[in-house]
Write a protein that binds this ligand. Structure first.
Ligand code: BG6
Length: 487
């Protein structure tokens, strides 16, 4: 049963790519499902001068292929208003406040406001302080601020950013989006682990040999080089998405899905991370950059537009993360992510220890492996052994797949859709809390610092491949290999 919500959304960065690709489609899906009905409005702001009509046209374009009738698309788009806005100009906030107050009355919204900051974090502090001083923050309903990563570039800058925002808003009003936390299959990690006693019993160092998290992308840096060249894979994907997935995979069971409970359990693992010395980083992390591929006619990273020709930004990272706690000590958790790899694939493999039985201590007997496919394929697979048909008692590998059909994937809610609904409901469970963010920054800062101080050259991998050979060596040293290894 859907329940309709009341809110005024004020989107900073309303002309941007994220707004058009994700936010408007997600709001539309909530609208056709009845989570938003009549009592909502959206104000898009950005520097450009756009009319409401033009803005509504853009909104209609971004949602028209998502089902629903033409009338629904039209009616939805009529809730959208555009206000040209310079984030540094106090007077502009007064105009925005008047428009907000008018729309609040017009749609009978009751003062609920969601401020969505979809622009450079350099402006977060300026925006939030003006929202407060010019009374856009309202005392009738709720006030919630959603911010998009990057939350800073290291621990220090993220702390400064956080402190700045908290001068104007309470921490419970702040929603840090990590869209991976809204993905169906990422949320499924908890269901898979904690609703299946069969699984949870063996989810520990006694049975598990190693865990592998892969977030590989087929696309290169595209038009985002300006941002990416200062970020690299470590900050872009590890600090946030990978550390969150890692926490969900390794944390103890929370007593409920309450946001505080879940946060505490995640924090227990994040504070048990084995701290990294410069030698550990050298031994356990590989950074690399994609190189030109003649075979696939793909540019190398240094040939991409807006990339500094001497750039040493990593477009790929692989590493071994270790935890020092009862459940996990001694179990390596291998992670890797990169751009311009062979295929878009996000997956987690849990590799179990081999059978200890002398009966089946043979070459043919495989390790049991459970794979969670996070996207674009979604589902699970499990590798077991069974008896080979025939006279001998030899074994053969049996693979059980449970992959969702294309149709089911299409029907499942989008990450942003779920997260926007959670924010409307005041539920911060699937958002990143400050303690989590700050701990992951401290961890990745140690890696970054070790790299900055080292004069070792970046590894290279041919564009369109699975990554550098060094990443295979990383596992080989421990007697393991990557489960996902397309040729
Ligand atoms: C973003 C990164 O957070 O996640 C991008 O900034 C990356 O560089 C994207 O492409 C990947 O998300 P998804 O949902 O396509 O796997």
């Amino acid at each position: 049963m859907s329940q309709s919500n009341k809110a005024l959304f004020i989107i900073f960065g309303g002309t941007g790519d994220l707004a058009q690709r994700k936010l408007y489609p997600s709001l539309y899906r909530l609208y056709i499902k009845g989570f938003l009905e009549e009592q909502f409005a959206v104000i898009g702001t950005a520097r450009r001068e756009w009319s409401d009509e033009h803005y509504q046209e853009i909104v209609r374009d971004s949602v028209k292929k998502l089902g629903g009738s033409e009338e629904q698309v039209e009616a939805f788009s009529r809730h959208f208003y555009y206000q040209s806005h310079n984030v540094k100009d106090t007077e502009h906030y007064n105009t925005l406040r008047d428009l907000s107050d008018d729309l609040d009355k017009k749609y009978d919204i009751g003062g609920n406001r969601i401020f969505y900051l979809s622009m450079s974090p350099n402006f977060f502090g300026t925006i939030t302080s003006h929202l407060k001083s010019q009374n856009l923050v309202n005392d009738q309903g709720f006030n919630r601020v959603i911010i998009e990563k990057p939350f800073g570039t290291d621990y220090e800058s993220s702390k400064a950013l956080n402190d700045e925002i908290l001068e104007a808003f309470e921490s419970e009003e702040l929603y840090r989006i990590d869209h991976y936390l809204g993905k169906e299959m990422v949320q499924n990690i908890l269901a898979f682990r904690f609703s299946n006693p069969l699984i949870e019993q063996v989810w520990n160092k006694q049975f598990i040999s190693n865990i592998q998290i892969t977030l590989s992308e087929e696309l290169g840096v595209e038009e985002r080089a300006g941002y990416y060249d200062t970020s690299g894979a470590l900050r872009d994907m590890v600090q946030n998405h990978i550390m969150q997935i890692f926490s969900l995979l390794t944390m103890e069971a929370p007593a409920s899905f309450n946001s505080q409970e879940v946060k505490e359990k995640k924090m227990n693992v994040l504070t048990s991370l084995k701290q990294l010395s410069a030698e550990d980083v050298k031994a356990n992390f590989v950074r690399a950059q994609y190189a030109h591929s003649n075979k696939k006619s793909l540019n190398g990273y240094l040939e991409e537009e807006n990339v500094d020709k001497d750039s040493s930004t990593e477009t790929y990272i692989a590493g071994k993360i270790e935890l020092e706690n009862d459940r996990w000590s001694g179990v390596p958790i291998y992670v890797r992510t990169g751009k311009r790899m062979a295929k878009k694939e996000a997956q987690i493999s849990i590799v179990f220890k081999k059978s200890a039985s002398p009966l089946y201590d043979t070459e043919e007997t495989a390790e049991n492996i459970i794979t969670l496919y996070l996207g674009p394929s979604e589902g699970f697979s499990m590798t077991l052994n069974e008896k080979k048909i025939g006279m001998s008692m030899d074994t053969t590998i049996m693979k059980l797949d449970h992959l969702r059909s294309e149709g089911t994937i299409q029907e499942s809610p989008e990450a942003y859709e779920k997260l926007l609904l959670d924010c409307l409901n005041g539920d911060r469970t699937h958002f990143a809390h400050w303690e989590e963010v700050s701990n992951s920054w401290k961890y990745v800062d140690a890696i970054r610092q070790a790299w900055d101080q080292s004069n070792e050259k970046l590894a290279q991998y041919e564009a369109g491949t699975v990554g550098p050979e060094e990443a295979n060596e990383l596992l080989a040293k421990d007697g393991h290999e990557w489960v996902w290894n397309p040729k």
